[in-house]
Design a protein around this ligand. Sequence first.
Ligand code: GTQ
Ligand code: FE2
Length: 361
Amino acid sequence: MTIVETEANTDGARRYGSADPERDALYADIAQHHLQPLWEMRGLLTPTPRVASLPFRWQAEHLRELASRSGDLVPIDRGGDRRVLALSNPGLGGAPYISSTLWAAVQFLLPGELAPAHRHTPAALRFILDGGGVYTVLDGDPVVMNRGDLVLTPSWTFHEHHNPGNSSMMWLDVLDLPVVAALDAIFFEEGRSEEVDQSVAPRSAAERRYGQGAGLAPVDAREELPAHSPLTVYRWAATDAALSALAETSTTGDVSLRFRDPVRDRDVMPTLRCEMRRVRAGVATPTDRQTGSRVCAVFDGRGTVDIDGESFTLGSGDIFVIPSWAQHRLHAHTQLDIFTTSDAPVLEALSLYRSATEANT
Ligand code: GTQ
Ligand code: FE2
């Protein structure tokens, strides 16, 4: 496609050019009226997705060091609100997004610090790779976060993070922010932070109500259900026990669990799917691909991941991104536990989800 620089370009109109003077004049007038000729466009309807995001892996060591230095140098206050380093995909031209649809970041909170209350339409989740003791207040319900826990911050719920302990804490945040931004549906407002309560219960109200265990739900649940899972935290002890039990039954040594709404047949939030995978030492998984992007965090273990022909070593605390339709495969050197979140519920809701698996020889 040839684009000719003309005055039309200065007000944002794209001007197509032609070697034929009459056509070229037509294209100039077309641009003047903020129109564009489809017949000159290339790369609009591609046979398979044309994906800007690149496969990439961020190493734990660098994330920890840079987050901790930010802790030394950058205070948290209104305006800043969060000490957060966004993982920026090198294929997205400097956008603070890990993929075209997902925001991922590490957040760092020093002892005694408070990240003040607010809410926003993008939905968020936290996965705790290390440490613990920080609690998040979700619409008034304090939720303590510890290693391996998954904590939801659904769309439009107030949240604030407190660190009442003696050690700093870092965790992974993932938000559907680019999706909500693309839909021009971002709203944000500040809230009133609650007083620091040193006696936060080990179990949130949500857990006491909806986290009783597999197959058990309160009978009056239907009256009050929100658009997201009413269980807003999934504890590592339960996840680990379920993975171990599932692995005992597996012939492949590659098992995955999906985090689910405990009372309805759905993902934890309307836009985000969460899964935990355990691959036995020595196992290489089949090669998979699917539409939609994935953020993966190595909870424990060592191995490698191949994504569209590129190989990355993996260690505990590393975070990597699998762009839409990229082929990916894991090799576990030790037992490998990997947390994954994706935009799959969005693609499924729109009938755009596709997947393919190739067994390896
Ligand atoms: O913890 O509230 O990584 O609002 C990005 C935006 C975290 C949060 C992020 C946020 C938060
Ligand atoms: Fe937030």
